[in-house]
Structures are given as C-alpha cells and as structure tokens.
Ligand binder design. Sequence first.
Ligand code: ADP
Ligand code: MG
Length: 687
Amino acid sequence: MDTQSGKIGVTTENIFPIIKKFLYSDHEIFLRELVSNAVDATQKMKTLASVGEYKGELGDLTIRVSAEPEKRILKITDRGVGMTAEEVEKYINQIAFSGAEEFMQKYRNQTGIIGHFGLGFYSAFMVADKVEIVTRSYREGAKTVRWTCEGTPEYTMTELDEEHDRGTDIILYIAEDSKEFAEKERVLSLLRKYCRFLPIPIAFGKEQEWKDGKYVDTDKDRIINDTNPIWVRKPADLTEADYEKFYEELYPMTDKPLFHIHLNIDYPFHLTGVLYFPKIRNNFEIQKNKIQLYSNQVFVSDSVEGIVPEFLTLLHGVIDSPDIPLNVSRSYLQSDSNVKKISGYITRKVADRLQEIFSNDREEFERKWDDLKIFIQYGIVTDEKFAEKAADFVLVKNTEDKYFTLGEYENLVKGNQTDKNNNIVCLYTNDPQEQYGFVDAARSKGYDVLVMDGQLDAHFIGWCENRNSNMRFVRVDSDVVDKLIDKQENRSMTLSSIQQDVLRPVFEAQLPSNDKVSYAVSFEPMDENQQPVVITRNEYMRRMKDMSAMGGGMYSFYGQLPDSYNVVVNGNHPLVIEALDQVKEKMGEQLDLLNGKLDSIGSEKRMIDDKLKDKPEEISEDDKKLQTDLDNKYESILTDRNTQLKEAGKGNKLVKQLIDLALLSNGMLKGEDLTRFIRRSVELIEK
Ligand code: ADP
Ligand code: MG
C-alpha cells in the first residue's frame, strides 16, 4: 500500500458529553471559570486604557452576578472588553483557542490574567442546558452580538441592533439536575469560596438591613470579595495588626498565630503569599493542610498536599501563584517542575525567616519556642534541606527553662559531661515530674538535664546523634548517676563479692513478679548518700521498645521482649549492709557452714585446674572425672544455699521496703503492692 497521510477526524458531536462528565470532577467550578473570564475581560480593559489603546471612560467595572431560582437562570455580567462577532467565532466557537494566551503574548508583562487553557467557558455546559452570550466589544462602532448554544455542536450567532452596554452577559439556563446552581444561598457560598479575593469587585444582590422585624434589601450592592487582599500588598504598607486580622478572617475562632512570612517572588516563577506559624496544640494532625492555594487571586484548593513539603503543611495562610497549574489533577501537580521549585523555595524562605527572628529577637524566639518546637523538629527530621539551615537555630531546653542552640549546649556541658571515649553525653528527661529523683541526682552531681517531652523529641534525638557522632543522649533513669556518664571513676565498695553473692538471691526473692517485666539485680559502688536501691532502664533497650511501640517494623522483635529493668543495689549504703547483717543473723551458722563448704570445694577445684592447666595433653580420665565431680558438688551446694537465702529473704521487710521505695520513686509501685507498702511503712514507723 502507498504511504498515506492525513488528518485524524474528530467528531465534535462527542465533545459535549465529555465536557459534561470529565472536564472537571467538581461541577461547581464552572462559576469560578465564568467569573474569572469576566475578571480577565475587565483586566484587559484596564490594560488597554493604561497603555492608551482605549481612550473612553472605564466607568464602573463591577462584575454582577444574579440568580433567578424560579427560572433557573444564572447571569454573570461584566464591563470588560466584550467580543466582536469575529472574536466570538474565534474564541468561543473554536474550543480550546484561548484569547487569554494571545493577549498575554501581546502584552507580555501585564500579569493578572487567569485563563490560559481555552476550556473554562465550556465548563458552563456541565450545569446548563443552554448558554447565551450577549456581548459588545469596546471597539468603536462594534455591534452587539448574541450567541446561543444548547449543548450540541450547533450554535446560533446574530448581530443585534439593540443598544448594549460595553462588555458581556453570560446567561446560563441551568439544567434541572443542577438547579442548586440557581439558588441564591448556593451561589453566594460558591462566590465566597472561589472569588473571595478576586481583584475586581463582584456584586451579588444587595446589602441587607433589619427593618420592621425582617431583613430587607438596601440599595447598596453586596460586594462579596476583598479586591486587595493582604498578600498582594507591600509588606512595608502593612502592620502586624493587618496580618493578624487577615489570619482571623481566614481561620475564625483560632489562637493568634506566632509569626508570619510574606512571600514575594518574581523569578524563576511568580509566587506571592502570606504564611503563618500557627499555635500548634497537642494534636497536630488536625492542624495540617490549612493553606489555601490561589492562582491570580482565584481560589484553587485548600489542600497543598504535594505542593509544599509535608512539614510545611502545618503552616497556615495563602499561596498564590499563576504558575501552579489550575485545571489538572493532583498527581500531575506533584510531578510538575514548577511545583517542585515552589516547594524548595518556600522551604528556604521559611528557614530564612526563622533564622531572622532568631538572630534579631532571640528573646521573642525563646518565648515562642515551646509552640514552634514541634514544627521545627518536624521539618528537621523530614526535610534535609531545612535541617541544614535549622541546625543553627533549633533550641533545646533544660530543666531550669533555659534555652540553648545545639552549639551552645555542647559548649556548656562538654567540660563536665564528656565520657572516657570522648563523647559528649547529654542527659535528658521526658518527664521531669516522674523522673524527679533521677533529675535531682544528676543535677547534684553537677550535670545539666534537658527536657525532651515533645512528640518528636525521640526522632530529634536520633537526628542530633546522627549529625554529630560525638554527641550521645542518655535518659536520666537509664542508669545510676555515677554510670550515666562513664568517666571511669573507681570508687570502692563496702560489700565484697562474696557478700554480693549472698545478698543477690535475697533481693531476687523480693522482686515483683510480672510476666511482662524482667528485673536484673546488680551491685554498684555508689555514694552512700545516694539511694540504697535505684531502678534503671537501659537506654538502648528502651529506645528499641519505643520504636516498636510506634510501629517500626524492623523493631517488632523488641516489642515481644519483656520490659527489662536493672535493680541497682548501692553496695555502700548502710541500709544495704544492715540487710546483709539481718540475713546472716536469720540463717545463723547454716550460712557460714554452706559458705565454708563452697569455699573449700572452690579452692580444691582451683588447685586442680591450675595443676592441669600447664599440661593439657597429660590430663587423665580420672582427672577429668574429679573435675566434673567437684563442679557438680559446687553447683548443688550453691543451689541449696541460694534456695535457703531466698527463703530467708522472702520475709525480710527491710529488703522489700528498699525495693518498693525504688519502684515508688519511678512511679512503678501500684495497686495492691502500693497498699502493702504503705501498711508496712506504718508498721515500721510504729516500731
Ligand atoms: P481561557 O479563559 O482559558 O482563555 P475560556 O474558555 O475560559 O478560556 O475562554 C475562552 C476565551 O473566550 C477567552 O480567552 C476570551 O477571549 C473569551 N471570553 C470568555 N469570556 C469572556 C468575557 N466575559 N468577556 C470577553 N471575552 C471572553
Ligand atoms: Mg477562562
């Protein structure tokens, strides 16, 4: 076959059903499109006048919208440029031929034109059976043109002799199934939603007043928009109160914002806007996604998901950019390169503004820190670019309510809180009340303690440690104070290792029994002025547990382990020594006897071990048997002794009391155990 070329035929018959169904998922936006066209026509008129191409009077440029529910008519009237018959032919009859595009080409630097797709007008057919245009161009001698179309490719166009004001009437004969769009309340709410900040006054009905027991129309137009919203004005002309008032207008009944940022950029894209840092309450999910998106002052969306980075969705306010595509789906938006640039730019601006407040008014910054904290931490842990900048102004707060940058804090603690491996150890509490005992112990040792009680502090700590490999965060209750920062100080212990072995089963006998919690008893050479018993929880294990609780898949293994705590016994505390004495007394000679046996078997075994150690090749079967026998004997006496110690320990009120005090100081003594503790305490006092 010969090569053939040609044009693919498109039957226009098919276009209306497609428009009706698929052009926009949201039918209500037809009003936004038609009013935008009226605004565009008016803006063009102003441009022509300003460049001297139009010499007549502009007159009142108010756009008027009216609804007649009984007749199902909606009408939009402007006093813009209007259209000649040729222009209607060109811009209306040829779908997707946008006059806005052409105008923009010609008057390049005149921004403020909304349309550029050439499909907006036809969105009227999503809600109307019939659309009528009556228009007269501003051009001298232009005739009035009437165009009608009933949602089929046929239209009629006639030139009329009758007089008509300059500009255009768009008259919609609303379809039965869309009659809501001729209802006054519905139209008003749509105008308020989409047209609230359009730059040309839009009148819908009249202002009302209360008269003789009811509302009646006055003769004053009801203007539904603010033509000069704050974000299109110059920051120099605005006061703090103006910004606050605008915030109140956007989000009535909310707390005052903390700060605002006025955005204004011309290159490489156009963007204006005002963003606010809201006061974030406990639940930040509900504060998300409150930024309103505009394009040339036309409302586009109140969801900026995908347009700004996740953490910035916590901000409130308005972003206006003609470069954000209006009429496309969200997934397209997210991959749009302009949108990506915008997102990067806003992130930078927000960081710069915070830096500026921090540098210029540190006091103010600190005063608002507690409210800003979650926002900044959210940015830091989710956005590397932001984190880079925020590293200079992110603050930490200590238990005395003093604020520090990370650099300042490092300098503050590095003298006293550097461990033997040269790590700077930052101590923190996530609950100063509940961990008071630990905080107090750390502070009396001259350590500083940070308060890390926010929702994102755990992630923030992870970020800090990643960023600075010399920095380590340790919660105050993760070890006894002497070991929180391992400086290899050697303190001696009153209890010998044999005495520790005797006391261990006694303490074990008195630990609370609970499947979900495991305890390990250890002895430490603590200061005798510190608590006799302290219960700690290993930092690493606790973090892993926390991660698994937050649903981290790779940590789920840790979630299944019991919570493990260390019961640290102060080997220098007089009460611990006294407990040992009590146990010795209770067991009497029996203990000495058993210990004596253990001692002699132990030394016998050591002798043999030493003898055989040097010549392993000469060990006989008999030697091996002797070793095993001694081992078994030792084991069995040890088990026997420990069982007896546990028996003796069970009744020991002092040990029980010491353990309960430690549990109590961690808030871990509850229910029946707490009641028993109180009863026992009373008994002990009565003695
Ligand atoms: P767009 O606004 O994207 O250009 P539309 O389908 O909304 O596409 O409009 C097509 C064209 O019709 C406009 O560019 C403009 O030239 C013309 N037009 C529409 N409405 C009016 C109006 N009210 N006054 C003058 N011209 C209009
Ligand atoms: Mg348009």
